[in-house]
Design a protein around this ligand. Structure first.
Ligand SMILES: [Zn+2]
Length: 410
């Protein structure tokens, strides 16, 4: 042992002497020790990184879904995009609230958090913060789209590099809401949306990106199954997705700038259908993540709720109270009496009244509720009754709209 140490000392002294005198060897040693250090450093970095992402993946996979954050876009002073009869903040709030209800009903153990559940303005970075601070397992942003009058269909985005100008435009429009915010320049200075930064971000979040794309494709195929035109899963640089640290998607439910799609999205029945589609995609995703084979079913209240809304829209059997104002939707006028089962009514339940020697046919009845009557008018126009309009009744007689509005206001 002693000998060994002495030997080693001698060897070291020897080596040191050579090292001092031989410049070539000195360089050689310096270069190699540097190389060795670099290799060691990279090895350590990879190990730590690998551990981290492996942990993140294990976390995401083994714990399943405990918390979902639903983010209805826009709100308050920011209406989002709009068509002729409604705007984005209203439509997406209705769909978002319904989606949350379905998840809570079916999975009471899951915590559902909304970034907003009323008509209020919430800043973009605040939305991401809500998802991060609550350690959400899934972040679902719901929006509606705007483009030319013929653009139609639904698409779902994950964070990434846009591939077309139109994808970039969608992200730009959705990011643009920061001009409603104070100090936005200061707040978003860390958000680098350059291609390099987005690729780096994608790599950093690659564990979640696969899951985001997985959920996004399920949403799209559910939309397709209810007859929506499928614009596919896309990528673009959305600020709201930039800082979230969980699988995150941004759903563009349809184009409010397209008359037909606006009518569709404004209709409460279709809002329920859209929410139910996202809910079914959620169920599929959840069962996959958790490795459980689960039957995907409608939201618990789905069919009942649709029936209820349809009944409300379609009911003609309300017993009219004395002096109460009722709104109905007139869909047809004829010089001759028509059968209520006439095919021209397309199966819609109608009632008849006579005025000025003409036979007039209405559908739906809404007690003092002009808003619902207007919605129903759009449903009727969508059905092909292009000239449908709202009329007012009191004590079984049609009265002028101006008079009805005054009476309703009282
Ligand atoms: Zn939006």
């Amino acid at each position: 042992m002693r000998y060994g140490i002495f030997f080693a000392q001698d060897e070291l002294v020897n080596l040191y002497n050579v090292y001092k005198t031989d410049a070539k060897l000195k360089n050689y040693i310096i270069v190699w020790s540097f190389k060795l250090k670099t290799v060691l450093f990279i090895f350590l970095l990879l190990t730590v990184n690998n551990l981290n992402s492996q942990e993140g993946l294990d976390d995401a996979l083994s714990d399943g879904i405990k918390t979902v954050v639903i983010d209805p876009g826009h709100g308050g002073k920011d209406p989002g995009c709009h068509g002729a009869i409604t705007n984005e903040k209203k439509v997406v709030l209705e769909i978002g609230l319904k989606l949350g209800e379905y998840i809570k009903e079916k999975y009471p153990e899951i915590e559902v958090i909304y970034t907003r559940d009323t008509d209020v303005f919430v800043e973009l970075d605040e939305r991401a913060k809500i998802a991060n601070e609550n350690k959400a397992d899934l972040f679902i942003c719901i929006h509606a789209n705007a483009a030319g009058a013929s653009a139609h269909g639904a698409e779902t985005y994950v964070l990434g590099l846009h591939r077309t100008e139109s994808q970039q435009k969608v992200a730009e429009r959705e990011n643009d809401i920061i001009h409603f915010e104070e100090n936005s320049e200061e707040k978003y200075k860390d958000f680098d949306l350059s291609p390099d930064a987005i690729i780096a971000k994608q790599l950093q979040l690659s564990v979640f990106l696969d899951q985001s794309i997985n959920f996004a494709s399920k949403v799209q195929s559910q939309f397709k199954s209810i007859g929506r035109y499928d614009r596919g899963v896309k990528q673009a640089g959305f600020l709201v997705l930039y800082k979230t640290t969980m699988p995150s998607v941004l759903i563009e439910t349809g184009f409010l700038t397209n008359k037909k799609e606006e009518n569709f999205l404004d209709d409460p029945v279709n809002q329920i259908k859209m929410a139910n589609s996202i809910f079914k995609a959620f169920q599929e995703y959840k069962s996959e993540i958790e490795g459980v084979n689960m039957m995907v079913v409608d939201g618990k209240g789905f069919s009942e709720e649709i029936k209820e809304v349809e009944q409300k829209l379609d009911s003609n059997t309300v017993e009219e109270k004395k002096d109460q104002i009722y709104f109905k939707v007139q869909i047809e006028t004829s010089k001759t009496k028509m059968k209520l089962t006439d095919t021209r009514f397309k199966g819609v339940y109608v009632t008849e009244y006579q005025q000025d020697g003409l036979f007039k046919y209405t559908s739906g009845i809404f007690e003092s509720d002009l808003k619902s009557a207007n919605k129903y008018k759009n449903v009727m126009r969508d059905k092909g009754f292009e000239h449908a309009f709202v009329v007012a009744f009191k004590n079984g007689k049609r009265i002028p709209m101006s008079e009805a509005l005054k009476l309703v206001e009282k």
